[in-house]
Write a protein that binds this ligand. Structure first.
Ligand SMILES: C[S@@+](CC[C@H](N)C(=O)[O-])C[C@H]1O[C@@H](n2cnc3c(N)ncnc32)[C@H](O)[C@@H]1O
Length: 237
């Protein structure tokens, strides 16, 4: 489980909650080089990935021979408004068409208005989810840090979504979503997946679940290396 845009812990959580809901479709906004789309293609039946920059989309498409990825060019909210009404079962949404590399490039290469929401489409994407669904999908949003603090320049702080805006937008889809932050991402799951999400995260945080090798390294550090260092420090002091 390597190669995706996030660590193995989050990958495990995404797969557990998606598996528990028998999700077959992974829908990503913001393809960039297709790293997460390729990972998803190995773990889901179908993947749709949406990118505003035609050059990046072509590059991502050339980088894979997976036949279960649909590459869609255009603005994420607009494409979501086309895809959502066609879904007949729950999907996992990975919303990542904001911040980071590609935003400035997208401004240069695509006709977007000066409205900052076109540059950060997250609220527009969530609005599409609220128009066309009612809490059955799993939603994962990358880059939580960018919404917990004032945005980096050149984004005007008053026009950049805050964590409050995002939570309200999720509640507009369904107020029964259970929302947590884990490894830099916001995860919103239907009530039916709440317990499995909590359990998964608690298992990951439980030291007893570390692998045998991790436990040995930790024990070596705690019982030998650290006390020896302390003794040497005392002697020198
Ligand atoms: C952070 S990167 C995505 C990383 C990718 N999801 C991954 O996991 O490797 C953000 C991407 O979103 C694209 N993007 C920005 N605004 C967009 C929009 N309105 N619609 C679709 N894609 C957009 C950018 O061009 C950039 O490639």
């Amino acid at each position: 489980m390597t190669g995706q845009n996030f660590g193995p812990n989050l990958a495990e959580v995404i797969l557990s909650i998606s598996g528990s809901k028998s999700v077959e479709k992974f829908i990503e906004t913001g393809t960039l080089y297709g790293v997460t789309a390729r990972w998803a293609s190995q773990n889901f039946e179908e993947v749709v990935t949406i990118e505003i920059d035609r050059g990046l989309l072509n590059e991502a498409q050339e980088n894979t021979d997976a036949d279960n990825i649909e590459f869609r060019h255009g603005d994420s909210a607009e494409i979501l408004s086309q895809i959502l009404p066609t879904l007949n079962s729950p999907a996992t949404f990975y919303l990542d068409a904001h911040c980071g590399y590609g935003v400035e490039k997208a401004k240069d290469n695509f006709e977007v208005s000066d409205d900052i929401e076109d540059i950060n489409p997250l609220l527009a994407e969530l609005e599409q989810l609220s128009k066309h669904s009612s809490g059955e999908h799993i939603i994962i949003i990358d880059d939580v840090i960018h919404f917990l603090q004032p945005p980096p320049r050149p984004f005007p702080p008053d026009e950049f979504p805050t964590i409050q805006d995002i939570i309200h937008a999720i509640e507009d889809i369904s107020d029964s979503y259970h929302v947590v932050v884990f490894e830099g991402h916001i995860i919103a799951v239907p009530q039916s997946e709440k317990q499995i999400l909590i359990q998964e995260i608690r298992n990951i945080h439980n030291p007893e679940n570390r692998s045998q090798i991790q436990q040995w390294v930790l024990a070596l550090w705690q019982n030998i290396v650290f006390p020896a260092g302390r003794r040497i420090y005392r002697k020198l002091g």
